[in-house]
Design a protein around this ligand. Structure first.
Ligand SMILES: NC(=O)c1ccc[n+]([C@@H]2O[C@H](COP(=O)([O-])OP(=O)(O)OC[C@H]3O[C@@H](n4cnc5c(N)ncnc54)[C@H](OP(=O)(O)O)[C@@H]3O)[C@@H](O)[C@H]2O)c1
Length: 271
């Protein structure tokens, strides 16, 4: 049985459909119960099983209850795929007075997933088997102007998992991280439009997640992100400047593509 967070949309939904085509038993989680139930129906029509459980990862109590329910009703997972995420793009001037952005982003991208993983990882370690895959972002390695809070929350999960990885491996639990580049989903649309320049499609992004699940890989990351990570260490100001300029190119390209209509959605990544 495989647990997928962020199953209700974007990359997570594509991952679930691909796993369903293989006949995997799935536990689907996100906040939107309606979208989870629709996906579960679609998966059952493919001949696989899917159990939808809604949960807000920012609510620690809900996360603890979700973990207990998964273990009680479905047993110890073979794999947990952490795809749920939230993003906010703000420059420094817009960030003043908004420490709650950090609370929101760390809740969804770090504390919620970590709480869920801790609860599920313990019985997985006892069973001596399992696989964890977390989707972080290329901006984890290349700190990028405008994405400070998002990058920090993803970097936190990345560092936490990298530190746990050797001990988890000794218990038979393999941890893989996918540093995802830009993908044309609802998350990217408020900043970069519905068809961002150079973005992956959700199905291509899903293939990266499946590769991390299947292959003995600890890191799935584009070569340019690995090179950017080295540059960030050697010349941090230059690297952030290059990343900022690349972001500006994407924003200019997005100005010519369709935009979401809600002002709130334009200000923030949805999620
Ligand atoms: N799109 C990109 O360009 C990009 C780039 C790098 C990394 N990533 C990462 O890739 C992953 C998938 O993103 P995506 O592009 O597929 O985004 P998306 O289409 O916005 O989907 C995000 C998913 O996370 C769930 N979610 C958001 N907030 C949640 C919360 N508080 N509690 C529980 N679930 C929550 C959403 O479901 P509900 O709304 O139903 O809760 C949805 O299923 C994320 O971790 C994201 O950070 C994306």
């Amino acid at each position: 049985m495989i647990v997928v967070t962020g199953a209700s949309g974007g990359i997570g939904r594509e991952v679930c459909l691909a796993l369903a085509a293989r006949g995997e038993d799935l536990v689907l989680t996100a906040r939107d119960r309606g979208r989870l139930e629709e996906l579960a129906e679609e998966i059952r029509a493919l001949g696989a099983t899917a159990a939808p459980h809604s949960c807000d990862l920012r609510d620690q109590e809900q996360v603890a209850q979700l973990a207990a329910r998964i273990l009680r009703e479905h047993g110890v997972p073979d794999a947990v795929l952490c795809l749920a995420g939230h993003s906010i793009r703000r420059g420094l001037a817009e960030t003043f007075g908004r420490p709650h952005d950090l609370v929101r982003l760390t809740g969804t991208n770090l504390l919620g997933p970590a709480t869920l993983l801790l609860a599920l990882m313990e019985p997985m370690c006892t069973a001596g088997r399992g696989r964890l895959v977390a989707v972080t972002s290329a901006s984890t390695r290349i700190p990028t102007p405008g994405w400070a809070a998002y990058g920090a929350s993803k970097a936190g999960l990345d560092s936490w998992l990298r530190s746990l990885r050797p001990e988890a491996a000794r218990h038979g639990v393999r941890i893989a991280i996918v540093e995802m580049p830009l993908v044309a989903t609802a998350m990217a649309a408020p900043s970069y439009g519905s068809a961002p320049l150079g973005a992956l499609t959700p199905s291509r992004a899903a293939r990266r997640v499946l590769h991390a699940l299947d292959a003995p890989r600890t890191l799935v990351s584009p070569p340019w992100a690995r090179a950017g990570a080295v540059l960030s260490q050697l010349a941090p100001t230059l690297a952030a400047g290059v990343a900022g300029r690349a972001g500006a190119v994407l924003l200019r390209a997005a100005a010519r593509s369709p935009r979401p209509t809600s002002p709130a959605a334009r200000r923030e990544g949805r999620g």
